[in-house]
Design a binder for this molecule. Structure first.
Ligand code: BGC
Length: 737
């Protein structure tokens, strides 16, 4: 449609029809399956629901086509519906969770996974994907760190932009593309105490320097939609944040797409205590610039009245409706209302699974080998190996947001290992949850999971494990948290491995010290004891449907673990938040002497995390030359090149993630001790060397200065290039005024 036609259409629409466009309902409401879900589902009647402009989480080419047809026939102006869904780490093919994808430090990989998810979802009728989540995360108690790309704003921005590009393709005409809705604007990843849905307290400077770049990158990558967050920013809920949405998002960042509230977030303005009632909530959210109200009747019931009473201007409603109509038009829905929904393609994806090998590559690239005293890789022929622990025999590795299935047809580690080596043994070892403990998924209606075993049964499993461990040369313990323990509404104050598994670890360790610990989780966990006690420690996160196959290959050395930590692994929970780009204090901790009390430190634990951001080993070793700079001083228009030579000094082919960090020595406000400004994955044969160069430009040195202006300040900078965020390999340059 041409813009004039859209404007004509808007003029012909009644206020109820217009308000309908601002409503998003879920599948159950639209298809009459009964009202349910979230904290609020409002009071809708059939007539209202059939005016809703969009629907969430309804998929299936046949169903979507039928519903679209029926809806458009009923709609007074035959305006097509927008179908939106949460495809977080894959639709048909399940990839590793985003936190794990962040560990790959592989932008191309993230883009490929997103493009594959888009193609599969588009064939099933999805138009808009509620992804990526570009919330910066520094508190692993928060369960939704699994959906993020980690603690660093540069990494989050790179990966977030890659995901948007992957989902949306070159243009909306790209076959199998979907619109991307980045979320949650803004600051949702910093809830106080790591408790989901809690409020956020950040200084404006930290918010702008660290938290906004991820969203900004998604806007620059062209994302069609943005979702607000549940939290407050400077005591104002984001969904009523006029400054946030109109000034920062639309004004400063130049976002011109559709803004949707998070689930029931408009109505929640009442619970937040900034709206007296739903009518005021509607007013505040409209004024802030929220276009779509997800899953409540607040806009529907109150926006027409607020306009009639002259409290809101009709232009404000028209503006929101026009943005939604434009998106529908951009996706070509007026001409092709079914878009890419296609039963044949859907069957093809289900039957052929064309992205399985991509999922396997993604899994192994996101595994992070934290420790290895040489026990890994395991031999395919020699020695006795015994596997045990709750993740050795089960296939639930998809993570909390898996859309279609969590386990169907996935391999267990046992099945995958036995394809490589038959003469290995498997024993149970222990349950995953402590006895009596019960867990539910946050949204799906599935029955809770619980450990119903008796103490006698547990004792028998431990005994069996001890016997098996005694007889083995190497024991592989596959431990971790349940997938229901991360994701939405899954905050944990204790981020440890459950006692039932720790008991297994301790007992086995007593009889056989040759332990390889493999950890499945949606977040960094407290792993000090395991790290100290095991000979090797490998993080696999929630690796997705090909996790077991990828893990078996990595354990036996057919492939290498390719990931580096996208979030620091804390020494213990009391250290949280712990992240590498902290600020310099006036009393930095310089001494290792535990009795020294002159610096900023803990009495009982080190300041450093157990494993730092960027850390991860491969099966070979790399040597770095010193850092050389193309010039010692640079002007504002200059480009400086920082280079190192990296050599594979081991005996195996391997991949290194070369990381560049910059420290601004002095600023008008305190600067982080260092910040990631570049990374490159390189693959080297044994003995091979490669020159790796990074360009440094003035714009990479900007921050919000004392006057809140975004600019760089002349002075000295240090460049660190190395293996991880603790690299000391450095050179210095001066930025001229
Ligand atoms: C989540 C969003 C999600 C939405 C729709 C909310 O509870 O916070 O991330 O997109 O539900 O399912």
């Amino acid at each position: 449609m041409k813009q004039e036609e859209l404007e004509e259409l808007l003029k012909e629409m009644s206020p109820e029809e217009k308000a309908g466009q601002l409503l998003q309902v879920n599948a159950e409401l639209l298809s009459g399956g009964g009202v349910e879900t979230g904290p609020s589902a409002g009071n809708f009647d059939r007539k209202d629901v059939w005016l809703a402009g969009s629907v969430l989480n309804i998929v299936g080419a046949k169903k979507v086509r039928q519903l679209q047809r029926e809806y458009m026939e009923k709609h007074p102006h035959h305006i097509p519906l927008l179908f939106m869904a949460d495809i977080i780490n894959g639709y048909r093919t399940v990839f590793p969770i985003p936190l794990a994808q962040g560990c790959s430090f592989d932008r191309k990989l993230v883009e490929e996974c997103a493009a594959a998810s888009a193609r599969e979802a588009a064939a099933s009728g999805v138009h808009v994907n509620f992804s990526p989540m570009v919330d910066l995360v520094r508190d692993p108690r928060w369960g939704r760190v699994m959906e993020a790309y980690g603690e660093d704003s540069f990494l989050t921005a790179s990966m977030g932009a890659a995901a948007v590009e992957g989902y949306q393709g070159a243009s909306p005409e790209t076959e199998g593309s979907v619109s991307s809705c980045f979320k949650h604007f803004a600051g949702y990843g910093a809830p106080v105490g790591g408790r989901d849905y809690n409020n956020v307290e950040l200084s404006e400077r930290t918010f702008r320097d660290d938290y906004l770049p991820g969203y900004q990158a998604a806007v620059q990558a062209g994302a069609h939609m943005a979702m607000t967050s549940f939290n407050t920013i400077d005591r104002v809920p984001a969904t009523a944040g006029k400054k946030l949405l109109r000034d920062i998002l639309r004004g400063e960042m130049g976002f011109d797409g559709v803004v949707i509230s998070d689930w029931a977030a408009v109505e929640e303005l009442v619970a937040h205590g900034i709206a007296e009632d739903k009518r005021e909530a509607a007013k505040l959210a409209m004024e802030a610039g929220v276009d779509i109200d997800m899953m409540t009747d607040v806009y529907l019931r109150h926006v027409p009245g607020l306009i009639r009473d002259g409290i809101l201007k009709e232009e404000m409603l028209d503006e929101a409706v026009m943005r939604i109509l434009k998106l529908k038009n951009r996706l070509g829905l007026f001409e092709h209302p079914f878009r890419f929904a296609d039963e044949d393609r859907e069957r093809f994806f289900a039957a052929e699974k064309p992205y399985s090998s991509l999922a396997q590559r993604a899994a192994r690239e996101s595994f992070v080998l934290l420790k290895n005293n040489g026990i890994l890789p395991l031999s395919e022929t020699k020695g006795k190996i015994c596997f045990m622990g709750p993740y050795a025999g089960q296939a639930r590795m998809a993570g909390a947001w898996s859309f279609l299935t969590e386990t169907d047809g996935y391999q267990t580690l046992e099945e995958a290992v036995k394809r490589i080596r038959q003469d290995v043994s498997f024993v149970k070892g222990s349950e995953l949850l402590d006895r009596g403990r019960e867990l539910r998924h946050f949204a799906n209606g599935a029955a809770p999971v619980r450990n119903c075993s008796t103490p006698e049964e547990e004792e028998a499993w431990y005994r069996e494990a001890e016997e098996a461990a005694k007889a083995a040369d190497v024991v592989v313990l596959a431990l971790g948290e349940h997938s229901y323990e991360s994701g939405e509404a899954a905050s944990r104050a204790r981020i440890d491995i459950h006692s039932v598994q720790m008991e297994l670890f301790r007992r086995v360790k007593r009889v056989n010290p040759n332990l390889v610990a493999v950890i499945f989780s949606g977040r960094p966990l407290e792993l000090k004891e395991i790290s100290d006690g095991a000979s090797a420690l490998l993080m696999t996160w929630m690796p997705g449907e090909q996790g077991a196959a990828a893990l078996a290959d990595v354990l036996f050395g057919r492939q290498e673990p390719g990931g580096r930590l996208s979030m620091s692994l804390p020494y213990c929970v009391g250290q949280i938040p712990v992240y590498y780009s902290e600020f310099s204090t006036g009393r930095p901790c310089m001494s290792q002497d535990p009795l020294d009390r002159s610096g900023s430190r803990y009495l009982d634990i080190p300041n450093a995390p157990l494993y730092p951001f960027g850390w991860g080993m491969s099966y070979t070793d790399f040597q770095y030359s010193g850092v050389t700079l193309s010039r010692p001083r640079m002007g504002r228009k200059d480009r400086l090149t920082a280079s190192v030579t990296v050599t594979n000094s081991g005996t195996r082919r391997g991949t290194e993630v070369v990381q560049m960090y910059i420290r601004d020595i002095a600023g008008s406000v305190v600067r982080p001790v260092r910040e990631l400004k570049g990374f490159q994955r390189i693959d080297l044969r044994p003995g091979e060397s490669r020159r790796v160069s990074f360009e440094i430009r003035e714009d990479m040195l900007r921050f919000h200065d004392i006057h809140m202006e975004y600019r760089s300040e002349p002075g000295s900078f240090t460049v660190f290039i190395g293996h991880d965020s603790t690299a000391e390999n450095q050179a210095s340059f001066v930025l001229k005024g």
